[in-house]
Design a protein around this ligand. Structure first.
Ligand code: ZN
Length: 197
């Protein structure tokens, strides 16, 4: 519709979650018409982030360091491990400030139909952490969706086989809800009132 480069920019912006054709067009034109400096800055930061941000070696969250800020903090509680689906869930739980252990980020959830099995959610790395013997309690904070529950069940069986206590956050998280969108108070309650499974 526009020139090839502008069309390309609009199509690229449409890859962002929640951005439809109209918003993509508005963003592209805004950057090109009114915010050249912002556009330049965005492209530089984006290129740098894509080049340097990778998974934390220990918990698989996103970071540009070998170990993320949480994993490299020696003052946290080594006996507790909270398992979440996404880096955004780590931020949500950290904001609620009720958990002081470490995290493991699955970067997804078991979904055989989509070809996501134990390997894709890092189960090999997680299993070796269970086997180290330092973790006493695993808190499974996957989302309360069908796949999230199946993932929680699978992980809890693996943890229990190593003699680790397993609990699941339960209270106040709406069925089918996403942790990222739950308010801090509800999430804090859900973690402090977790139930052993
Ligand atoms: Zn980490």
């Amino acid at each position: 519709m526009f020139s090839p480069l502008i069309d390309q920019l609009i199509n690229s912006l449409r890859h962002l979650p929640g951005v439809g054709p109209k918003s993509a067009q508005r963003m592209a034109l805004h950057l090109l018409e009114r915010d050249r400096e912002g556009a330049q800055n965005l492209s530089e930061v984006l290129a740098k982030a894509v080049e340097h941000v990778h998974r934390c070696q220990q918990c698989r969250t996103l970071t540009e360091q070998a170990l993320c800020n949480i994993c490299s903090n020696a003052r946290r509680n080594r006996k507790e491990l909270c398992i979440v689906e996404t880096p955004a869930d780590v931020i949500a739980i950290e904001t609620s400030a009720v958990f002081s252990g470490y995290y493991f980020v699955l970067l997804g959830r078991l979904s055989p139909i989509d070809g996501i099995g134990p390997k894709e959610i890092g189960m090999d790395v997680l299993a070796s952490r269970f086997a180290e013997g330092e973790i006493e309690e695993v808190i499974v904070a996957t989302n309360p969706t069908i796949e999230g529950e199946a993932t929680a069940h699978y992980i809890s069986e693996r943890a229990k086989a190593q003699g680790i206590k397993v609990s699941r956050i339960a209270h106040g998280i709406p069925i089918g809800g996403e942790l990222e969108y739950v308010d801090g108070g509800t999430l804090a309650h859900a973690i402090s009132r977790r139930q052993e499974i």
